[in-house]
Structures are given as C-alpha cells and as structure tokens.
Design a binder for this molecule. Structure first.
Ligand code: FAD
Length: 366
C-alpha cells in the first residue's frame, strides 16, 4: 500500500508523521518551504501536548530546553490585581506549562522523525488535491501527481486542500493589526506571564528565554505599554498580524482530512493553536491506522471527535480575547473587578486555566 501523504511540515504535520509512524503507518511528508522556518511564533507548549508526545521522546527533549511558566501576574492600569499560580498538577496535568520557540519545538519533532527514518520532502508545493472512492491525490506545483490512500492536510491557515475541497472556513476576523515583539528586557519576572489591562486594551508579556520576552497587544506601540522601570534591550523579532476566529465546517471529506491551522485559527491568547493542532494529529493518527486496517468509518470519526472540540476552543479563545481587547468604561470595570474574583474562586479560575493548558476536554480516540 502507498504511504499516507502529509501536506505541510509545520508542527502539526510533523506530529502527525510521528504519531502515524509509531502506529506502523507508512507516511510521506512534504513542504513547500525549502528550509524550516526559524521564527519563534508559538511559544506556549501546554501540559496536554507534553502528555501526547511523551512516548515519542519529544517531551523529554522539550522539557530539557524549555522555560516553565509558574504563574500569571494580572495588573490593571499597571497596578497589581492578582497572581494566579499555574499549578498544572492540581488541574490534572502531568507536566508544567512551558515556553519554547516554535522553531525549536519543530526541530525536536523533526529529530524524532529522522530517527524513525522519515525525511521531509522540501521545496514540494501542493497545488491541489482530489480523490476518487479508492484513492486520494495531490498535484504538485511542478505538475507531478502523487497518490495515497489518505491525505492529512496540515498546510496552514491558507490551506490549498481546504480550498480544493470547497470546505467553508466559518467565523470572523477583526480589522486592527496586533503587534508582537520578542525583546530583551530587564524588569519583568522570568517565570511568570504578565498581563496588564490598560485603558486602551490588554498588554501581555511572556518570559521567553534568558532576558528575552514576548510582548503582544494591539493599537499603541508595544514599547509604550511597558512599565517605566523595565529597561529595554535588543529587539529580536517583531511582526504584525490580524486576528481571526474560524473553523472548517468539515475536518474530513472522504479520504482527505484537515488538521491544525488548516482546520481552525484563533488569537494567540490562550496559546492553543499549535497545541490544538497536535491534538488533531494524535487523533487523526489513530483514526488513519484503524481505517487502513479496515475500519472504514474511522475518517468520519476524526471529524466527529475533533470538530466539536476544536469549535469549542475557537469559541472560548474568542471570548477570552474579546475580554482582553474590549475597551470603554464597562469593559474597564470588568477588567478591574472580574480577575481578582476569578483568582479567588477555584471553579472560575480553574475553568479559565484549563482552557490555557489544553486540559478543558479529554482527547478522545473513540
Ligand atoms: C504570534 C503568534 C503566537 C502564537 N503563539 C502560540 C502559542 O503560544 N501556542 C500555540 O499553541 N500556538 C500559538 N500560535 C499559533 C501557531 O503558530 C500555529 O497554530 C501553528 O503554527 C499551526 O501549525 P500548523 O502545522 O497547523 O501550520 P503551520 O505552522 O502554518 O505550518 C504549515 C506548513 O505547511 C506548509 N505549506 C503551506 N502550504 C503548502 C503547500 N501548498 N504545499 C506544501 N506545503 C505547504 C508551510 O510551508 C508550513 O511549513 C501562535 C501564532 C502566532 C502568529
């Protein structure tokens, strides 16, 4: 039988290749880029992802390098409001929440794949996908056609597979640009996330590596938002992006499935994108192995198992992000009063924390 084809060697495609190979499924993985991307992008690797990757050895490699994040420090107009410990064990997690640049997480996934004899086929851009009752195929930009029993499309937010399948990407986008910066700072705590609910929107600062911190917010320039007593050093990377919250209406159509950003996008508040995609990859690998062993209903299972979960995460992250983004007197009052209440009420606090940790739902395979 021909190998299952994975389009995209971002974290989700890499994780899918790893999970499937470990289940004895032959895979091929291709990517349009000639070389891996080196930018930090997703920083938060959550306890759920670390549990799913445990048996692959990638968790140990990530934990050896990553920076654990122990608490969230909440502020209102610069004044401390509450400190919330990120006690993942109390929430049912087996690992801490850690910070590692996405390029490093991808490097660890790639190393584990290479050790299993799987090499990424680079500079191979998919132009379209199609299928019959018995086979799926992808046409590459150079005109070559590859066929496979199944395709897992992890080709990012602008997925050509999703377009070719005509699957709607339902949701909305916000017009304002959000700013992101990785910058050296002297001042913020090295093992806490820092959130300041400022009058013109929330400002977030995350420890990153050594003296480098990730800042993000929207509107005003980021460096105008930091406390006056923090000293600013070198800017390592900066980027602007637009925030959208969307979910593909189907996650599998016949023999072709969508995972990761190809299937859902949302704001980085909550640090779920990459993590949620790795969950998709884990579930797809189980469904694909069963399908190839003769359980024909398992591709529909993938849609059934993941669509509900992914849609709920997109909804919850949108709500959390709106809370950070909203401005005006009512929003400001809510930001001053609700976080301290939530910090003191375990039920409310733990619900919000579970969303950020990926512990808000079981990762079901059946
Ligand atoms: C600023 C920012 C901060 C973030 N922070 C977090 C965080 O803390 N935690 C978190 O979990 N997530 C975070 N995310 C989201 C995270 O970066 C994405 O969710 C994640 O990269 C999705 O992985 P993916 O593999 O689905 O897609 P991608 O990473 O986009 O990878 C898709 C791959 O497919 C390839 N490709 C695309 N089209 C084709 C084609 N036609 N043919 C072949 N290959 C193709 C691309 O080259 C790429 O390698 C953040 C995102 C941003 C922008």
């Amino acid at each position: 039988m021909e190998p299952v084809l994975i389009i995209g060697a971002g974290p989700v495609g890499l994780a899918a290749a790893l999970f499937m190979t470990r289940r004895g499924v032959d895979v091929r993985i291709l990517d349009a880029d000639p070389a891996p991307r080196q930018t930090s992008r997703a920083l938060g690797v959550n306890p759920r992802t670390l549990s799913l990757l445990e048996e692959t050895g990638v968790t140990a490699a990530i934990l050896a390098e990553a920076q654990p994040i122990r608490a969230l420090s909440l502020h209102h107009h610069g004044r401390p409001l509450a400190k919330i410990p990120l006690d993942t064990a109390a929430l049912g997690g087996a690992h801490p929440m850690v910070i590692l640049p996405q390029a490093r997480s991808e490097a660890h996934l790639t190393k584990a794949l290479t050790a299993l004899g799987i090499h990424i086929e680079r500079d191979r851009s998919a132009a379209s996908v199609s299928q019959t009752k018995t086979t799926a195929s992808v046409v590459l930009a150079d005109g070559e056609t590859l066929t496979a029993p199944l395709i897992f499309a992890a080709d990012g937010a602008h997925s050509i597979a999703r377009h070719a399948l005509g699957v709607a990407f339902t949701g909305d986008g916000w017009p304002e640009p959000w700013h992101l910066m990785d910058v050296d700072l002297d001042g913020p705590p090295g093992d806490e996330g820092w959130i300041d609910f400022q009058p013109d929107g929330g400002f977030i600062c995350l420890p990153f590596s050594g003296q480098t911190f990730r800042l993000f917010s929207f509107g005003r320039p980021l460096l105008e938002r930091i406390p006056a007593d923090w000293r600013i050093g070198a800017v390592r990377w900066q980027s602007d992006f637009k925030v959208s919250h969307r979910i593909a209406e189907r996650l599998s159509v016949g023999r072709i499935a969508l995972g990761g950003d190809a299937a859902h996008i949302h704001s980085p508040v909550g640090a779920r994108g990459m993590n949620l995609g790795i969950e998709d990859a884990y579930v797809f690998a189980a469904c694909a192995a069963d399908f190839l062993a003769g359980e024909t209903g398992r591709l529909d299972d993938y849609h059934r198992l993941r669509h509900r979960v992914d849609a709920a995460v997109v909804r919850n992250v949108r709500t959390l992000t709106r809370f950070v983004r909203n401005t005006g007197p009512v929003a400001d009052l809510a930001k001053r009063t609700l976080p301290p209440i939530a910090a003191r009420l375990p039920l409310l606090r733990n619900r919000a924390l579970r969303i950020g940790m990926g512990l808000d739902h079981p990762v079901s395979l059946r």
